[in-house]
Design a protein around this ligand. Structure first.
Ligand code: UP5
Ligand code: MG
Length: 237
């Protein structure tokens, strides 16, 4: 069973929604969406209003973030923004930063925060959807702070797929999609970076009561059974 680290009441309470506003520091994505006033509905956040709902989806390499995001999109109509996919798109579009991004990914390191946040921001601002899954980001405290400053809000919730390293390595090595970082040397580096830099982000949001820790072992369908109630309980579909 998924272990709910967060209690729902603090997310749905008006005091929490006003806390979201406190993060605004300039014209932000939040402002772009808040032509309506936020009224958390009983039993969920009302979806008729165009308030952005941000879910960060975190977990180590191969923990199943992308796989579970696809299921959430299918079931709950979220917009999936994979930070890794956005960066890989930059590489393949030969953008001026492409070569640097490629080198960074090959080394399992983290691309400069502002670059990734800008890519995410562009996607959020151009989307008709207001429910976003931000997959594989923030990967470090600096990423987190940059997002909160540039976008001007915190996530509503954070999903953390907790998976043993040997299972993650096995999955990534058998993916076979030609990713430059799916080799044993880079995977070892990615795992180290995850433990050193991403776990502190998860700790930060756990302390804020926003993290849902999900057992990432089992079939994709079994894992989704843990994910499903989080969204049915939180948001009106
Ligand atoms: N699979 C999935 N679920 C399974 C299950 N339950 N049982 C058996 N197999 C399962 O899954 C991985 C593989 O396992 C797939 O083949 C899948 O079919 C199978 P997936 O859902 O893709 O896992 P995911 O957690 O998404 O793994 P991924 O490798 O994408 O995670 P990473 O976080 O390592 O990759 P990402 O693309 O996010 O980042 C890549 C690199 O980009 C980073 O290392 C970094 O260098 C850079 N980056 C940044 O610098 N900044 C960012 O903000 C983001 C990325
Ligand atoms: Mg992925």
């Amino acid at each position: 069973m998924w272990r709910r680290v967060a209690s729902l009441s603090h997310i749905l309470s008006p005091s929490k929604s006003s806390a979201l506003h406190q993060g605004i520091c300039r014209r932000t994505v939040w402002e772009a969406f808040t032509t309506d006033i936020m009224h958390p509905a009983i039993g969920g956040v009302a979806s008729e209003e165009k308030n952005p709902l941000i879910t960060f989806v975190l977990g180590g390499p191969g923990s199943g973030k992308g796989t579970q995001c696809a299921k959430i999109v299918e079931t709950f109509g979220y917009k999936h923004l994979s930070a890794g996919d956005l960066l890989r798109k930059e590489i393949s579009s030969n953008s001026e930063n492409g070569a640097m991004i490629l080198d960074t990914i090959k080394e399992g390191k983290i691309v400069p925060s502002e670059m990734t946040v800008k890519l995410i921001q562009k996607e959020i601002e151009s989307s008709d959807n207001h429910k976003f899954l931000i997959d594989g980001f923030p990967r470090c405290e600096e990423n987190r702070i940059a997002f909160e400053q540039i976008i001007g809000m915190e996530p509503n919730i954070v999903l953390f797929f907790d998976c043993p390293e040997d299972e993650m390595v096995k999955r990534v090595l058998s993916r076979n999609e030609g990713r430059v970082d799916d080799n044993i040397d880079t995977i070892k580096k990615r795992l180290k970076v995850f433990a050193a830099l991403n776990l502190p982000v998860i700790k930060h949001y756990t302390e804020k009561g926003k993290v849902y820790k999900i057992n990432g072992v089992g079939t994709a369908d079994e894992i989704f059974k843990q994910v499903h109630p989080i969204f049915t309980e939180l948001f009106v579909k």
